[in-house]
Write a protein that binds this ligand. Structure first.
Ligand SMILES: [Zn+2]
Length: 272
């Protein structure tokens, strides 16, 4: 089932890669120290997802574990997160507000069908990728999939399926280079971990050789997502990633070890 409200995510492509700021300035230490005991992330209960849930075969609007994002945090009319993710986000947003910053959710849960529509629009050329109709310019299936995978995940392999991940403020790395964007990103780098959030798609390099390009806007709620990633590793195989055009490339690309597991080491090693 495709929901109309998800259509704006079609604009989710073409972002400039930028250098990743790794240093945190002294100016933000004050904020970090202002975090109180009650703001600290609590260890999440264990939640066991079925293979179908891990693959995004859900309708978050009908799922008891999800809640709708309030309009003060998003322009979208109907987007959802897991309840624990949302509670932690609200605490983080309140702290950001005290620092004069507004956290805005651009995209939250996207199920398999939504991701399939994004993927197939690119695969079949209705949505251009890097200004090109890649169904014509990249006939080789593996190479075409790799092009889409620079910024869009394959249906069944997206962390957005889990209700733990969200895109904040702007789908553009360069936005976070200066002005308000830089203040937001510096604040998140200094403070998000205290609320359980981690930037999973950091700049690619020695620490993170495989997977999606840098996404400074994509934040993941690790108390749940670390559980779900482990469960995904145990339950899902490449044969389960199917039901969309180009699905045969999942095993050619080794989507699970290279992309699903290809997250920042700091996030991968997250401990409650
Ligand atoms: Zn994202």
């Amino acid at each position: 089932m495709l929901h109309n409200h998800f259509l704006p995510v079609f604009s989710f492509f073409v972002f400039a890669a930028c250098s990743s700021g790794t240093s945190q300035t002294a100016a933000f230490e004050e904020d970090a120290h202002s975090i109180t005991e009650t703001d600290a992330p609590v260890a999440a209960d264990t939640i066991i997802l079925s293979k179908e849930e891990l693959l995004g075969q859900i309708d978050p609007a009908q799922h008891a574990g999800f809640t709708k994002v309030a309009s003060k945090y998003t322009d979208k009319s109907d987007i959802y997160l897991r309840k624990d993710t949302y509670d932690a986000f609200e605490r983080m947003a309140a702290a950001a507000k005290q620092a004069g910053l507004d956290l805005h959710i651009v995209s939250a849960t996207r199920n398999f069908d939504v991701q399939k529509s994004i993927w197939e629009a690119k695969w079949n050329g209705q949505q251009k990728v890097g200004g090109q109709n890649i169904s014509k310019t990249i006939p080789d299936p593996k190479q075409r999939a790799l092009k889409i995978l620079e910024y869009s995940s394959m249906p069944g392999s997206s962390r957005h399926h889990w209700g733990t991940d969200m895109d904040l403020n702007a789908l553009d790395n360069a936005y976070f280079d200066k002005g308000t964007g830089k203040k937001l990103y510096d604040w998140l780098q200094a403070n998000a971990a205290a609320y359980g959030f981690c930037q999973v798609y950091t700049k690619k390099g020695k620490d993170r050789p495989n997977g999606y390009h840098e996404e400074r806007w994509h934040w993941s709620y690790m108390p749940l997502a670390s559980q779900f990633l482990r469960q995904y590793d145990q339950k899902v195989t490449h044969a389960d990633i199917k039901g969309f055009d180009g699905a045969e490339t999942a095993s050619l690309i080794k989507i699970i070890p290279n992309y699903v597991m290809g997250i920042a080491p700091d996030c991968k090693n997250w401990e409650p």
